[in-house]
Design a protein around this ligand. Structure first.
Ligand SMILES: Cc1cc2nc3c(=O)[nH]c(=O)nc-3n(C[C@H](O)[C@H](O)[C@H](O)COP(=O)(O)OP(=O)(O)OC[C@H]3O[C@@H](n4cnc5c(N)ncnc54)[C@H](O)[C@@H]3O)c2cc1C
Length: 384
């Protein structure tokens, strides 16, 4: 085999976190190689609900810091990627039988507005406008329709745009290339890739999403580990027109979105424990039934059957091992490294699409402890 090529930073994974770190590290002047076993955004980052948001529902689990930070990043992304991230009105119909009454939802929206520093306005829609806002919506026993501002995107497009920005800054991105293993040799990692290639890297970044601990197991000496639970979330692309972003309660009290997507409706998501090979994730029969039932409950005039499903999307959340329900598990990104003062290995666990840039900057700051930045970089000013 020829002499291994040397890079400063080797990144495993071409999801939003891998490409975000590639962008941040390349903008600091480091040589970067990112390897992705499939194509960019082929896993979680192309199968999300595609919202750039603070996460209204995280107010219920009191993750206020996360919501504040994500709302701040949302505003930045409106400016950096105006063609990819749009401000939208989201509607919440409230019914007599809902677990969350209108006053509670309004309280949540007031808090959301405050945390967004006034950028997520909300309003109550008068009864005579309900049908105009959401044609076909079931208004039987409906008590209120509330609207608030949030953000939406095409997650895969956004991820590809960040990858393109990283490339422009000098990062190399190899798709259809798998990380196989790495071992520490002196001051370097010696990494084996497939198709066969050998690279020397000063810093190894594990941004493999649901594969994060599988990748870690191929590294010698074994780096620190975080115990996690994997939770799958399914979406159905339905052949029904969608006129608005709608946020509803499913029968079991969890929240679900219906949003316009490629001339149809994207409906989801679920939260189901997952084990096995992340590459094989798919919506279960129960998930399909639950999503269709929720859709049909809110849009009974034109109900959907399985034959109305155009496509299924399924992604996997990486959550910290947690005794209660997945709903209340922290959605913060966990950054784990081998040595806080001078890291050689940095892994990312979990997190949100919305906060990728901020978390990638945190990783870039960790990298700077071992490899001082060669350029003054700031991804807050790089347009996508
Ligand atoms: C159902 C669902 C809905 C969501 N909705 C939202 C939302 O609306 N808004 C929001 O902000 N966040 C949302 N999230 C969270 C967000 O999608 C994730 O936090 C984010 O996409 C994770 O990105 P990632 O880069 O860590 O992982 P991934 O996108 O999964 O990327 C990891 C990559 O690593 C690659 N890889 C793995 N092993 C190897 C190897 N050995 N060699 C090379 N490559 C490898 C994989 O192929 C994969 O492409 C949602 C998550 C889920 C599951």
């Amino acid at each position: 085999m020829p002499e291994p090529i040397e890079v400063d930073v080797l990144i495993i994974g071409g999801g939003i976190y891998g490409v975000g770190i590639a962008q941040a590290a390349a903008s600091a002047g480091h040589s970067v190689l990112l390897v992705e076993q499939q194509s960019i955004a082929s896993a979680t980052s192309g199968n999300s609900t595609k919202l750039i948001h603070g996460g209204l529902r995280y107010l219920e689990s009191m993750q206020l810091g996360l919501v504040y930070e994500a709302l701040h990043e949302r505003e930045l992304l409106f400016k950096l990627a105006p063609g990819l991230v749009s401000r939208e009105w989201f509607y919440i119909p409230v019914y007599r039988y809902n677990r969350r009454p209108a006053w509670l939802v309004k309280l949540g929206l007031m808090l959301y507005q405050a945390l967004s520093l006034g950028r997520s306005r909300f309003r109550s829609i008068p009864r005579n406008q309900w049908h105009k806002c959401i044609p076909g919506l079931n208004t039987d026993r409906m008590t209120a329709l509330l609207a608030y501002e949030d953000g939406a995107t095409d997650d895969a497009e956004l991820t590809r745009a960040v990858a393109a920005s990283a490339k422009q800054l000098g990062a190399e991105i190899h798709q259809h290339t798998s990380f196989v293993s790495a071992r520490r040799v002196g001051d370097f990692w010696l990494a084996q890739l497939s198709p066969a290639a050998e690279f020397k890297a000063t810093i190894l970044i594990n941004a493999a999403g649901p594969w994060v601990n599988a990748v870690r197991e191929q590294i010698t000496p074994a780096p620190p580990k975080r115990d996690i639970q994997l939770v799958q979330g399914a979406h159905l692309h339905l052949n029904r027109p969608c006129h608005a972003f709608v946020y509803v309660e499913s029968e079991d009290g969890r929240v679900m979105f219906f949003r316009p997507w490629q001339h149809g409706t994207l409906a989801g998501t679920t939260e189901t424990d997952f084990s096995g090979d992340p590459a094989a994730v798919h919506a279960s029969e129960d998930e399909v039934v639950a999503i269709l039932a929720t859709y049909n409950r809110y849009f009974p005039e034109n109900p959907c059957r399985e034959s109305d499903i155009l496509k299924q999307y399924c992604g996997i959340r990486v959550l910290p091992q947690h005794p209660g329900s997945a709903f209340s598990a922290s959605r913060h990104t966990m950054i784990v490294c081998d040595d806080e003062a001078r890291p050689d290995y940095i892994a990312l666990y979990g997190g949100k699409l919305t906060t990728y840039r901020k978390e990638s900057e945190k990783v870039a700051q960790l990298i700077a402890r071992s490899l001082p930045a060669k350029l003054r970089a700031d991804t807050r000013h790089i347009k996508l």
